[in-house]
Structures are given as C-alpha cells and as structure tokens.
Design a protein around this ligand. Structure first.
Ligand code: SAH
Ligand code: SF4
Ligand code: F3S
Length: 464
C-alpha cells in the first residue's frame, strides 16, 4: 500500500475561509488526502486567500514566493492551489504573476476540486472562478466524526454567503457574489451532526449573517432570530454566536433572541465603520449613527450584560478631521469590549477607489493610532471589570504550560486555568483572578451543572 497523500491548507482572512478550508479538507479526505501541518511535507498545498485589503492580498504572493523556493530546493512536485477571494478577484492573473501555481479556484467551486486536481495531474493548469448554478453545499461532504472531534468543541456553520450591500470600499460583493441563504433543514442537520460529535458551541457565519432569510421547514422564510431559536432547542448545544452582522439587518426578532435565548452569548460583533453620517453615506452603509446608537440601546435593554465589538475604517476618501472626531466620539460613547480598526485600503474595481479625495498615508496612520488608543482603553476597561467575576468557560485546548487549559468566556476572552487535559470540550465555572493584555486567568470553582449558561453571578451573591 502506498502512503496517503498529504494536504496542507492555510487560511487567510475571515471565518468564512476557515469554514471553507475545513470543507475542502473534508472533500479531499474522501479522495485519500490526510492533513499535515507542514507545507514541505505536502503533496497538495491550498492557500485560501483574502482580498479585503491590499496587504491581505499581497500576503499570498509572498507565501507563493516561499513555496516556489522550497519546491525548487526540494525538487518536489507538490501541487499548489490558490483558493478564496484573491482567486476569485484575480483568476488567471495569479498564474501569470506566480507560475508556480497549478490551480486557481473561486469560493463557489470547491466541490469541483477532485476533478480539477485530476486535470492538474494530467499536466494542465486549471482556473475556475465560475459562480455555478448548483449549490456547492449540496456537493461538499460532511466532516468525518474524527475530523470534527479533532477540530475541538467549537465549530462554524455557514448559513448565508455573499453580500448585496455594496459598501463603496468593499470587494466582498464581487468576490463572494450575491447573497444566498441555506435552507434551515440543512443548517439544523449540520448542527446536530456536529453536536453528536461533541461540539458544544456553534458560531453561525456569513458575510452578512443577519441578512439570513432561509427557507424554513414550514415553507416560510425564516430570519436569523427564528433560526437561533430552533438551534437553541438542540440538546447539548450550549452556546450560540453569529458573525458578521450589518446594523441595517438587526431586526426586532433578532434582538428578541438576545433577550430570550440563554444559549445566545451576550457578545456581538457589529461593524459600524465610521461615526460620521457624511462618511457612512459615502460608504453606502445606508444608515446613520443614530440607527447604530438606537440598536445598541435596544440590545442593552434586551440583554443588559451584552458587550459589543466592531470594525472601523479610518481615512476613507474625503474623511475630514471632524468626521474622524465623530468616530472617536462614537467609540467613547459605546465603550466597545473589543474592536478592529483599519486604514482605508484602495481596492481595484470598487467605487471608493475612484474617489478624487484620497487621504495621505500619514493622515491615515495618525488617525489609526488615535482611534486605536481609544479602543484599547475601552477594551482594557472591559477586561479589568471582569476581575472577580464568575464565568462559565468552555475549555478548548492545552495552555502554554503543563497542567493548563485555555477556554473562552462568554465574551470570547481567552481564559487560562489549571485543569486536567480530559477537561477539553467541557464547561467549568471559573472565578477570574488575573487580567492580562491578551488573556485572563481564573480559578476553577466547579464543573458546570447547568452547562454553558452564562452564570455571571457576582462573587458576593454567591457567598451570601
Ligand atoms: N460584512 C461585514 C465585514 C466584511 S469585511 C460588514 O458588513 O461589516 C471585514 C472588515 O474589513 C470590514 O468591517 C471593514 O472594516 C474592513 N474593510 C473592508 N474593506 C476595507 C477596505 N477597502 N479598507 C480597509 N478596511 C476594509
Ligand atoms: Fe462588504 Fe459592506 Fe457587504 Fe460587509 S456589508 S461584506 S462591508 S459590502
Ligand atoms: Fe477576505 Fe474574502 Fe473573507 S475578502 S474577509 S476572505 S470574504
């Protein structure tokens, strides 16, 4: 018998790519590929790429340069594939620029990988960036039980793909195509299979996840709130999250789910991009700052312990100091528990790239540093306020030191505890004893009876 073929997949960009990478590995497992963590050892390397900012897209080419060198030095015949959003955006151009690439495959065609690889074996270069009529999810095999167990107690499930919002800075509507929701029955089936293999937390993902409008088992169109309610009924599925949302699609049904479903974690990533109404309009976000504040008020009324995170872009074309000040003010007012901020990056083919009033790199850098300072301060304040709180933690992986495990709090903070390795996949109740810049540390008080609920009882109340 010959050795199994080895596959190395590297994901860049968002959670959608992480999910897709797993599904590609599942598809290729059926073809006899096993995953390796070492590209030098692989018969097939797949780079699952991101096109969102120039830097992200350029990373692919430096990675390809390294792979070409390693391949030449070893004299190997490793097949190199580029998947994901750079593949979709640049297609055959990738092979022109990096002739080491054998295969370019866009996000809608992963189910065709086995045939494409057969063509590559036959000595052809293959480029497939179609948006095929068939649904790739119908053709992508489910993960094996062993693969799910290896991936740990948390999992992503794609419920929606693509985006129709066309924000003027963004490539996603072009790389991922129009918004499509999966049918509810398929999502439930996938979730149940994951839970049967020990998954305890599911994050529903989509480029615009709260625009979800899937066909329900009753033939009606279901929104995300209704889908979450149904998922919350699955026994042993203790935690639910969803990402990434658009403020425009935060409807009352979804906000009510935050009030009604204890499984839905009190933490929401809600990108706003800017605090300036003028810039929000120029970005085609189709809402102003008032709607954003209103949604936050409603969420906090529905779930008082909810914490928020967001994305911001600084230096959008035409952004004045006053516009930027509005963003700083918004960040101060909301007090985000965490946030990402980016310098505006010109993306070819998007409307904002044509804008005459592009800002200089130095203005963008200066604004990014100022915003970063405000966001860091509120993150630190949030983390510090967790000192002495009691959380349920889902233990996910070994820590850096022997005897340690790392889990996640309801707020997605990494929490380091002392616990035996068998605890992975289990919930424990933890008192937070230390707050560091990148993680918290805590003391295990108990295995969780009422598993996974956000038992955020203050210590004093416990002692009373
Ligand atoms: N669908 C989500 C986010 C998609 S991309 C939403 O609607 O918000 C993730 C983040 O990348 C965005 O929230 C935005 O902050 C950032 N981003 C997207 N395009 C960008 C660009 N051209 N320059 C800088 N940041 C960008
Ligand atoms: Fe991009 Fe806007 Fe769609 Fe988000 S909503 S993916 S930022 S176009
Ligand atoms: Fe990047 Fe594509 Fe995701 S551009 S952020 S990998 S949808």
């Amino acid at each position: 018998m010959h050795e199994p073929r080895k596959l190395y997949v590297k994901s860049f960009g968002c959670q959608m790519n992480v999910y897709d990478s797993n599904r590609m590995a599942d598809t290729l497992a059926k073809e006899g590929y096993v995953e390796t963590q070492d590209p030098a050892d692989a018969d097939l390397v797949i780079l699952n790429t991101c096109h969102i900012r120039e830097k992200a897209a350029e990373k692919v080419y430096s990675e390809l340069g390294r792979l070409r060198k390693a391949k030449q030095e070893a004299g190997s015949d490793t097949v190199i594939a580029v998947a994901g959003c750079v593949a979709q955006a640049e297609g055959a151009e990738i092979i022109k620029r990096a002739p080491v690439v054998d295969l370019v495959v866009g996000p809608q065609s992963y189910h065709r990988l086995p045939e494409m690889l057969a063509q590559v074996k036959g000595g052809r270069r293959v480029v497939d960036t179609d948006f095929p009529a068939e649904d790739k999810f119908d053709h992508l095999p489910a993960p094996s039980a062993a693969a799910t167990r290896k991936r740990g107690p948390t999992a992503f499930v794609t419920v929606q793909e693509g985006c129709d919002k066309f924000c003027t800075f963004c490539v996603v509507p072009y790389t991922r195509g129009a918004e499509v929701s999966r049918p509810v029955a398929k999502i439930l089936g996938e979730a149940r299979a994951l839970v049967a293999q020990g998954v305890r937390e599911i994050t529903l993902i989509g480029q615009n996840v709260n625009a979800f409008h899937g066909e329900g088992p009753d033939g009606k169109t279901w929104g995300l709130g209704r889908l979450l309610e149904e998922l919350a009924g699955i026994d042993r599925l203790e935690r639910l999250r969803y990402t990434t949302s658009h403020p425009r699609d935060m409807d009352d049904g979804l906000i009510a789910a935050h009030r009604d479903l204890p499984q839905l974690m009190p933490y929401l990533h809600l990108p706003v991009q800017s605090g300036s109404d003028r810039i929000l309009a120029a970005m085609n976000r189709r809402h102003g700052s008032a709607l954003f504040f209103e949604i936050i008020d409603k969420l906090r009324a529905a779930r008082p312990d909810i914490a928020l995170s967001s994305d911001f872009i600084v230096g959008f074309p035409g952004e004045t100091e006053a516009d930027f000040q509005a963003t700083l003010d918004m960040a101060e007012r909301v007090g985000f528990a965490s946030a990402y901020s980016f310098k505006y990056s010109i993306r070819p083919g998007t409307p904002a790239a044509e804008h005459g009033d592009q800002l200089s790199e130095s203005v963008k850098s200066e604004r990014l540093a100022r915003l970063h300072q405000v966001l860091e301060a509120s993150k630190t304040a949030f983390d510090r306020a967790c000192l002495g709180r009691r959380f349920d933690i889902l233990l996910e992986k070994p820590g850096r030191l022997p005897g340690q495990l790392i889990g996640r709090s309801p707020y997605l903070q990494s929490v380091v505890v002392t616990a035996p390795p068998a605890g992975i996949g289990e919930f424990v109740t933890v008192d937070i004893t230390e707050v560091g810049p990148n993680s918290l540390a805590g003391r295990v008080v108990d295995a969780v009876e009422d598993r996974g609920r956000t038992s955020d009882r203050p210590l004093a109340a416990m002692e009373a």
